[in-house]
Design a protein around this ligand. Structure first.
Ligand code: NAG
Ligand code: NAG
Ligand code: NAG
Ligand code: NAG
Length: 309
């Protein structure tokens, strides 16, 4: 039976009228992860059997499935069968959870009143991602060249705008409009830039990118001068602080330290003097005045020196 059908298919291929049936994609722009129906229209008579193929060559190695409503089950997998595909009784093919690689040509061969075949191209669409504008130069200056790039995925076309108007004609666009090149920029190139990415199923606009063109020499000179001023000022300030600290240290802290260190020494000295005098007194008990004087004076001196400081 199957052999007979196949022979009938092939013989009839030469006699088929190719304008009878067509395939409509439902939806017309199939989205990744969604499903699609390859809807066969214009069939005359009852569908008796059909085969779906990858590509446009009705070879057994390309066959996805064979469908015969009188068989049980009606669907027989082919070499290229995948479980997301299934035939419908009216000849159509339903594919669920679409992936990128499902994109391509599909062919159906249908046996109804006649044998007919038709091929359709299945595109797979994906929404564009929100574009992001990147700038080649962080602080662009007058006369420099700046390129703005619109980074997005799945877009078919890109449109630029500046301050909600179209770009100046001086701006060079890459063939895909992805990159806008502004040569010898002038102050009036300053503005709010946006890019819009579009494809058949979606569109998305970037956030505003504000380009600020800086005027070259005076600004940078002023900047350099003020920087030099700040640096010099800081250095002078530090030197002043160091000098002042040193002077203060020398004038007040140092003498105080010395005083603290000297006090015990002087006491020791006075003690020594006293001791010496005492020793002398002990050695020479004959003279009475000397020991008294000796005891009096150094102690008084020491005292007065101490009270002085
Ligand atoms: C499609 O589905 C996969 C897995 O479920 C997911 O990772 C991916 O983000 C989806 N893509 C889109 C465009 O929704
Ligand atoms: C074929 O059957 C499917 C599912 O029942 C239906 O959605 C589709 O519209 C039918 N196609 C035609 C051409 O009638
Ligand atoms: C590039 O932008 C111009 C307008 O600036 C537009 O007319 C054209 O269609 C765009 N081309 C692409 C491929 O996005
Ligand atoms: C920019 O270039 C032009 C000539 O090319 C020159 O006259 C002008 O002084 C330049 N301006 C700056 C700010 O460098």
């Amino acid at each position: 039976m199957r052999g007979y059908l196949l022979t009938a298919f092939i013989i009839s291929l030469w006699m088929e009228s190719s304008c009878g049936i067509d395939i409509q994609l439902v939806p017309s722009h199939p989205l990744i992860n969604k499903s699609v129906t390859l809807n066969v229209r214009g069939i005359t008579g009852t569908v008796r059997a059909f085969r779906w193929y990858f590509g446009s060559n009705p070879d057994a190695s390309n066959q996805i499935l064979h469908y015969n409503p009188n068989s049980n089950p009606p669907q027989t997998p082919g070499d290229q069968y995948f479980h997301r595909a299934h035939g419908l009784a009216n000849g159509s093919l339903h594919i669920s959870d679409l992936v990128r690689t499902d994109q391509g040509n599909y062919m159906v061969m249908i046996l109804a009143r006649d044998i007919e075949r038709v091929t359709v191209y299945l595109p797979i669409y994906e929404s564009v991602t929100k574009p992001v504008i990147r700038c080649s130069t962080p602080r662009p200056k007058v006369n420099e060249t700046v390129s703005l790039t619109c980074e997005t995925a799945n877009s078919e076309s890109i449109l630029w705008s500046k301050d909600s108007n179209s770009l100046h004609s001086r701006v060079d666009l890459s063939p895909d409009n992805r990159t806008a090149i502004l040569r010898n920029i002038i102050l009036s190139d300053t503005g709010e830039y946006q890019c819009e990415a579009k494809n058949a199923v979606s569109r998305s606009v970037s956030d505003i990118f504000t380009l600020i063109v800086n005027y070259n020499e005076p600004i940078s000179d002023n900047c350099a001068a003020s920087m030099a001023g700040i640096i010099c000022g800081t250095i002078i300030g530090i030197v002043l602080i160091i000098c002042t600290t040193f002077l203060l240290f020398k004038r007040y802290i140092l003498p105080m330290r010395e005083a603290q260190q000297e006090q015990p020494t002087e006491r020791q000295d006075s003690y020594r003097i006293y001791y010496n005098v005492f020793a002398t007194t002990m050695a020479q008990p004959a003279k009475e005045e000397l020991p008294y004087m000796g005891l009096e004076y150094p102690t008084q001196d020491t005292y007065s020196e101490l009270s002085h400081q």
